[in-house]
Every structure is written in C-alpha cells, then in structure tokens.
Write a protein of this length. Structure first.
Ligand code: DGJ
Length: 731
C-alpha cells in the first residue's frame, strides 16, 4: 500500500523541523493499517498519516510537524484538521458547523485528552476529546480498531454547556484525507428492483456528493457505502482501495472533495439537509458509525475483511447458522387462505428447507389487507383468511415439519386502517396540505416515544402470543413523505434524525428481548441495508428483482460489503425463460430460499431443487462461513464466477454463470483463488438436472496450485447457463 501522507510532499523540509516540545501523536492501528493523528503546537488535531502500518514505532516521531500544521504555534497553513469546523481558515467542506447562543457561527476545536484501551486482544478503542476554548462546546472522537480484520469504526459525540440550546448544522461522523495522483470513486446506485448498480468515475477539483433525502427506505436510490480507488480505478485483486460505509438508515451523505492543491477529503455523516439540530445543554449528539478498511490488494481483500468483521462483531447472530426457507409472496401475493398456506408448508418440507415464511396479507379485519391499499397498522390475523389465527399456522408448520416465520411492516400505516382512525397524529403527514401517498401508506413518527412503544409492541405481542414464531421479515416500503411530525411541534428540523434514532431504538429493544430470533431486514427489496441495522438483523432481502440475470449484478454489488450469510436470495419465477437450474444456482451463491409453488416445477425440477437444498446445507462451511472470491465480474463481459472457500481450505465452491454470451465467443478457464496450493482437491460438478452429464473434469483430483494457475473450463456460449462445482480436499 502506498503511504498517503501529505508530509511526503515536503519530506525534505519537514524532518528535523520539530520544535523542542515533543508533539502528541495518537496512533490508531489495525494489524495492517495506521491512522496517525498529531496535536500541533496550536493545540489543534491533524491527520498525519493513513496508510500501510509503519513497522518501526520510532518512525512515528518522524511524522511530526508536517505541512498539516504550522510549526510556530499559529496556524498559517491550512492543514488536515481531523474535525474542522466552519468559519475559520478552512474554505472547504467542514465536519462541523454550529450557531452559538450569541449568534456566532464559528468553532475551533483544541485537543484536550486522549485515552486508548484494549477491549479484547484484537480490538482497541481510542477516545479523543477536543474542546473549543472560546465556547463550552466539546467533540469526542471515537475510533475502534479491529486488528485482524483491518477495520476501523469511528463516530463523534458533540456536547455543550452553553446556557440555551445551540443549533448544529453539520455533524460529520468522520473526515479522512488523501493525497494521491488520482481518485476513482465507485458508487452503488439504482432504484427499486435495480439495487446497487456499480459505476465509477474519476474525481477532479470540486465535490461529488452521494446522499439521500428519503428519510426511511433511504437506500432506494443510493446505498450507504462506497469504494475509493487511490491512484487507479478500483480493481478486484490489486491496488489501494478504501471501502467505507455508514450505519444510518436515514438521510446520509458522503462528500468527496478535491481541493485546490489536489488533496481529497472524504466526509461521512448524516445528511444535514433540513436538519439544523437543536442541541440542549449537556445533551450528547452521537453521530452514526462510519466503518472503513484500507486494502492494498484491491476490493476483494477489503470485502473479505468486511465479511469477517461483520460476522464476528457486527451482525446479529453473525456466527450462527441461517435457515433456508420457502416464502409465499411471489407464489400467492395477497391471495391465500389456511388451506393454501398449509399446502405450501408441506411443500417447504418436501423441498427440504427449514422454514415457511408467510408474507404480506395475513392481517387486518375492519379494513382487510387484500391489497396494499388497506390494513397496515392493524396486526391481528384476518379472520376471513385465517379463522384460526397465527397460532394455528405455527402449529400447522410444526406438524408439517418446518418452522414458521411471519412478515410485518410495523413502521407504516395505511390511512385505511383502524390504527390511523385512532391515532392520525402518529403518522408523519402535514396538517395543512393535501397528503401524498407512496404505496398508499404513511410512515409512523418514530421520533415519538409512544409510537416507538407501539411498534415494539407489534413484535412483542406476536411473540408473546405465539412463542413458536421462529423468524420475522421486517419490511419498510415507503420513504418519508409529507415531512411533518405532530409530536415535534416547532422542532421539525429534528424529525429526520430523531425518527431514525427511534427506528434503531425499537430494533435494539426487539434484539435485546429476543436475542435468538432471526429477522430479515427488507425495504421494498434492498433499500435499507446498513451496518447499524445489521446489529439487530440476521440477514437482508437484496431485491424484489429475482430475475437471475439481474440478481447476478445485485449480488455482486452487495457482496462488496456484506457476507453471504446476510444476503437472502430466493428462487422465483421472475424470469421463466431462465431454467430452474440457472435460477437456483444464482440464489445458491447467497443465502438460499425459494418463493414459488412446487406446482410450477416438473418432477425433474423438483428433484433438482431438493438436491440443491441438500448441497447448500452440506456446503454451508464454505458458502456461509468461508471466504468469498469474486473471480469474473459480470460488469466486464458476458460471464460471472465466484468461489467460496472454507476457512480451513478443505472445501470450496465454484459458481460459474454464462449470461448472454456472443456467438463463437472466446472462453477462458475459471481460476479459483484462496485454495491451499499444496492440498489436492476432488472436483465434482453438483446441481445437475437429473440425467445431465457433468463437465469433463468431474471426479478428477487436482492440486490447489494447478487449479489456481490453470483453472477449469466452466463457461459456455449458452445463454443463462451455469455450473456449480464442489471442491473437496482429497486425503
Ligand atoms: C416488498 C418486499 O420487498 C417483498 O418481498 C414483499 O414482502 C412485499 N413488500 C410485500 O408487500
């Protein structure tokens, strides 16, 4: 990894320039990366270095007094201030902006103290306190570093002791600086059914902003993560790459600003749009967590580091198994009754999956949930469809030999509901304008603690009445529209922030009370997927688009940040031109599920699916717990390949897909990565339709070295065709 230190630019001038007083240096490190901050004589805190870990501790002193800070105690040169505020010598995007009680708009933070403690042998936390000397305002910068996983998580707390509330207009979680010959940003944008489409651009002078104003369902157009190629575009296995993400399911904003001297600052935080937050004296404003890794072996390694970290430290039940399931949304939509559901439970058992998941449409009586126009908010079983209630379904599933899970969307309300009739003021909508509805519904105002209590109660009541419920799918189908809180009164500027805090508060309470309950995070597909929410959810729904061709791109995108076990992928009938095999092979590279009726399958297709479920379960140590290698990108041609390697390298998968190859196209072998070159592996093609012949190398044994250097011929020129290969160590 190249060292991205501005000091290098003036290296000659810099060394030996230090004043007699030793500067305070703060080192935040993983096993591979150093982030080094230093206190200037002025008392202000600057970023000295972010790059490959320095081998010799003594070298850190050599970073002192670089151009980030003036040497004479005054600040004459604009430096890389760690938490710069608006209104003084920095003309670019600030991390912080405030209006003090006397109307003054400036802040200058000075270093007060820093403490570092090791919270486990692999993790340490540094807290740096900064204070304005003129106004009683304090910023506490938090950094947690995960040694082995090479991840740093950072956030900021703001507090003040002015007499009256202050208004804060900017409150970044973090700011990082880079000096590099070129910056290439990869973003993940799209829409409903088009999530996380990857595109890249070079950054030049000025700003590129990735943000959202959707309030909830906030990631519908752009996801809260990015990749930054330093010196060159992001590549899979080489080059220096920063991967960053923010844990905020509301309005977020990343600002990438290249300044007049070609440095880049990356600011991450809540989008301050319509959110001048009023902070009371002694109240603490805590920003969302920004999490990043710096890799010098491309995005592939950075993703694997993220996956390891997420499974070990962040995701609910991150190290536990996941259920395979049969969902009924695509199969039945709102049209079902007990008989139909019981038939599907039988089909779940026949397929061999663990669980049956009942989707939307099971609730509400006065305004029955027969379509998406009514009933949201009234969470009792619909008596016409389900005369014996949810408990009966849980029991019926038990009898069928599968577990039972249920869909909810408790943050929302249809105006046609008893809930809205009783509590119209609980919904976010304007008192004095015509209401605009997105999917015929409104967002409940979770800035209101009473509403938080109600939403928590939806899950709590269902669980109390039906302790056999084994799984939830938590949906969120509307952005915030008609932005007005009946609870916040004159503090409307706080709605976007306090609402999201309320959402997380409810998630946390549910997770605390039901720590073993698996819950799928969903938002009209994958429009809500962030690492704060994932503390409380075991998995997420990547997209309503289950056309396997589209899914390849979507899954490729999400895999940059999220481990396989969190990414739900179901076999459906979205693209009937694609074979059941192709559809299943695409879903099986993530957390496999189904959402179709077995009536749609021929006897051979059914037996294929049963075998695929069994294969998936056998291969979980590789697919769910192993290392993901993205081998061939769908963005670079007509094929895609990925591989999962178990941590002990004793087994692996290879998934190879032909998308829309061209006639006579030249085909290349797929070369797996991450195998042990000295081990020998038996190669077997699995997921074959009954009667289909396996590929030529089926049953042969090769060394890991040979496989990685020579590869296997897995691609074809057949459209929408696929192969799944199992590699098992031959002893
Ligand atoms: C949107 C989700 O993404 C779908 O999977 C399904 O649950 C529908 N909502 C139900 O309304």
């Amino acid at each position: 990894m190249k060292a991205f230190l501005l000091s290098a630019l003036l290296a000659g001038a810099m060394f030996g320039q230090a004043s007699a007083a030793e500067p305070e240096m703060i080192r935040i490190s993983t096993n591979e990366t150093d982030l080094i901050l230093q206190v200037a004589p002025s008392g202000r805190l600057y970023q000295s270095y972010l790059g490959d870990k320095l081998l010799d501790e003594a070298d850190i002193r050599n970073l002192a007094w670089n151009v980030h800070a003036a040497t004479d105690g005054s600040v004459t040169t604009r430096g890389w201030e760690v938490y710069p505020a608006s209104g003084w010598e920095d003309y670019f995007e600030p991390a912080f902006a405030i209006e003090h009680n006397d109307g003054n708009l400036t802040s200058v933070f000075k270093y007060v103290s820093s403490e570092t403690k090791r919270t486990d042998p692999n993790v340490s936390e540094t807290i740096i306190t900064l204070r304005d000397e003129v106004y009683p305002v304090e910023a506490r910068l938090h950094y947690i570093s995960y040694g082995k996983e090479n991840i740093i998580k950072t956030w900021t707390e703001i507090r003040h002791e002015e007499k009256r509330p202050v208004k804060i207009a900017r409150y970044a979680s973090n700011m990082l600086y880079f000096s590099s010959p070129a910056y290439h940003l990869t973003e993940f944008s799209g829409d409903w059914a088009k999530e996380v489409q990857m595109s890249s651009q070079e950054l030049h002078y000025g700003k590129k902003i990735l943000d959202t104003k959707l309030g909830s369902r906030a990631a519908m157009h752009v996801s809260p993560f990015f990749e930054l190629g330093l010196g060159a575009p992001v590549r899979e296995n080489e080059g220096t790459v920063l991967l960053g993400t923010i844990g905020w399911t509301g309005n977020f904003r990343f600002t990438f600003e290249v300044d007049n001297v070609g440095n880049l600052r990356v600011l991450s935080g809540i989008n301050p749009y319509a959110s001048n937050y009023e902070l009371k004296p002694n109240e603490t404003f805590t920003t969302p967590e920004f999490i990043f890794t710096l890799s010098d072996e491309g995005a592939g390694k950075a993703s694997r580091d993220f996956h390891d970290w997420a499974r070990t430290y962040q995701v609910k039940k991150g190290q536990d198994d996941r259920y395979t399931l049969l969902n009924n949304w695509e199969a039945t939509s709102f049209n079902f009754d007990e008989d139909k559901l019981e038939r599907l439970m039988g089909e779940a058992k026949e397929l061999g999956v663990d669980l049956f998941l009942l989707d939307d449409g099971w609730f509400a009586n006065k305004y029955p949930r027969e379509n998406d126009r009514a009933g949201l908010g009234d969470w009792e079983a619909n008596r016409a469809k389900l005369p014996h209630g949810v408990r009966h379904l849980v029991e019926a599933a038990q009898q069928a030999g599968v577990k039972f899970g249920i869909w909810i969307e408790p943050e929302m309300v249809n105006p046609k509901s008893e809930l809205f009739e009783k509590h119209p003021d609980w919904a976010i909508h304007l008192p004095n304008r015509e209401t605009y509805y997105y999917r015929n519904q409104l967002v409940l105002d979770l800035s209101n603690p009473e509403v938080q209590e109600y939403v928590f109660g939806v899950v709590d009541k269902l669980m109390t009445e039906n302790p056999g419920l084994a799984f939830f799918k938590w949906d969120c189908n509307s952005p915030i529209t008609n932005v007005y809180s009946h609870y916040l009164g004159e503090r409307q500027q706080q709605l976007y922030i306090d609402h999201v805090r309320g959402v997380y508060n409810v998630f946390r309470r549910v997770a605390e009370k039901y720590p073993d309950l698996p819950i799928m995070l969903c938002s009209g597909g994958g429009a809500r997927c962030d690492y704060e929410a994932m503390k409380y959810f075991t998995e997420f729904w990547c997209s309503d688009n289950t056309d396997p061709v589209e899914r390849l791109y979507i899954q490729w995108g999400f895999s940059q940040f999220f481990p396989t076990k969190t990414m739900c992928a179901h076999v459906t009938s979205w693209n009937k031109q694609a074979s059941v095999k192709f559809r299943t092979d695409v879903a099986m590279m993530c957390k496999l599920g189904f959402d179709l009726s077995l009536d749609e399958l021929s006897a051979d297709e059914l037996s294929f699916c049963q075998q695929a479920v069994a294969n998936f379960k056998r291969l979980k140590p590789a697919i769910l717990e192993g290392d993901l290698y993205r081998l061939v990108s769908p963005y670079e041609g007509n094929h895609m390949a990925v591989s999962h390697v178990s941590k002990d390298q004793s087994r692996a998968t290879l998934f190879a897909y032909d998308i829309h190859p061209r006639f006579g196209e030249k085909l290349f072998p797929v070369k797996p990565q991450g195998l042990d070159p000295r081990k020998r592996y038996r190669v077997e093609e699995i997921n074959l339709m009954p009667g289909a012949k396996p590929f030529a190398a089926h049953g042969q044994v090769f060394s890991g070295d040979f496989l990685m250097k020579v590869g296997l011929d897995l691609f074809s020129t057949n459209p929408m065709s696929s192969r799944v290969i199992e590699l098992t160590e031959a002893r």
